[in-house]
Design a protein around this ligand. Structure first.
Ligand SMILES: [Zn+2]
Length: 365
């Protein structure tokens, strides 16, 4: 009887841990470079099986693929890669150590932070929203904030509008934080806002001719969960009805255009779960409705992800190119060149499918 009670307690703990905290002690990220089609196809099959966490997806021969494996999974993954004749290097030797170091650095930065918002550490959802409100209060002639929706768990979603000209000016819609764990994305989007507002005199010409519509964190529940429970959480946090209790949908597989046709999963436990139907996720519906609201004036949509130095344009669902791809490409080349001049970072330019991999239901399509 006593051993039964112990076993029951253990199982309950196991279930709770499975949902809230993964064990990354000794986990590694392996980097493998597929050298031919059969190696690439094998990796793509492995990716779709949802056993490992792929940090970069297998797209084209010659492009490195980064795969996270827990200490428990590592021996099997290494054996599998060796059997395929796939050379790999250990890209990150202990993910657990790295997560712990970054957690400590984050705590230190938060403790030393003088102001409520800076770009020395990553900020929680409410802090970022409060900062948007304070900018609008300080610069009412230039920016405004509006509540435009509520997330699955009840967080208020805000739209930040920036521009000194009329509403009929051409608009650029910018979002970040679709994938919860990609913290650098909201940080970059808020950095852009800050640069434009703090240097409004320098950018007065731009701000008088273009309106920016910005939502820096469009997956608030997932973003918070990546702070409180699971640093590497990617999806939303909605209930899926999965028997194993898996939650969340990949928002970047949840948009309607050619939904679920390629590169997406119907398994609620998968990190690329497309959801039970297109726009099943309230957060994606909120963003869609805002884009729709300003569609007559919108000239561009920018959405920020990590990690890679890539400037991608549609399509994601097919390797075909849209009619205006030359416009998209020349603009992307200009942007990549401008980035290089400032930061000396090379950004590769191309369509999502041709540079990365085919995936339908992404917001950029
Ligand atoms: Zn992403």
């Amino acid at each position: 009887m006593r051993s039964l009670a112990v076993l029951v307690a253990f199982l309950l703990v196991g279930v709770a841990l499975g949902e809230s905290r993964k064990n990354y002690a000794g986990a590694q990220v392996l980097r493998a470079v597929p050298e031919n089609d059969s190696q690439l196809h094998y990796l793509q099959g492995l990716f779709m099986k949802n056993v490992y966490d792929f940090w970069t997806e297998p797209g084209v021969v010659g492009r490195p693929v980064d795969i996270l494996a827990t200490a428990f999974q590592l021996p099997v993954l290494k054996k599998t890669l060796a059997r395929l004749g796939l050379d790999f290097t250990v890209h990150i030797s202990n993910v657990g150590d790295l997560l712990e170091q970054s957690r400590i650095a984050q705590e230190k930065a938060e403790a030393n932070s003088q102001s409520s918002m800076d770009w020395n550490s990553y900020h929680r959802y409410d802090g970022i929203m409060d900062w948007l409100e304070s900018l609008a209060t300080e610069h009412p002639d230039l920016c405004s904030v509006e509540d435009v929706g509520t997330s699955y768990e009840g967080r208020t979603m805000k739209l930040f509008r920036l521009g000194s000209g009329p509403d009929t000016n051409p608009g650029i819609f910018v979002d970040g934080g679709l994938h919860a764990r990609e913290w650098i994305s909201p940080a970059v989007v808020t950095y852009i806002i800050n640069e434009l507002v703090r240097n409004r005199v320098t950018y007065s010409d731009l701000l008088s001719k273009v309106n920016f519509y910005v939502m820096p964190v469009i997956n608030p529940d997932g973003y918070e969960y990546s702070f409180t429970n699971e640093r590497l959480w990617r999806k939303s946090r909605s209930e899926t009805g999965s028997p194993s209790g898996c939650r969340g949908v990949d928002g970047n597989r949840n948009w309607a255009y050619h939904w679920m046709e390629v590169g997406a999963s119907d398994d609620p436990c998968s990190d690329i779960y497309a959801g039970p139907e297109a726009f099943s996720e309230v957060e994606m519906r909120v963003v869609r409705d805002q884009i729709w609201r300003f569609k007559d004036n919108l000239k561009a949509y920018l959405t920020f992800h990590s990690y890679a130095q890539l400037w991608l344009y549609p399509w994601g669902y097919t390797s075909d190119l849209p009619e205006d791809w030359r416009d998209l490409d020349s603009l992307a080349q200009d942007a990549a060149n401008a980035l290089f001049q400032v930061h000396h970072q090379h950004y590769r330019v191309g369509s999502s499918t041709q540079v990365l991999y085919a995936a339908a239901g992404a917001s950029d399509d």
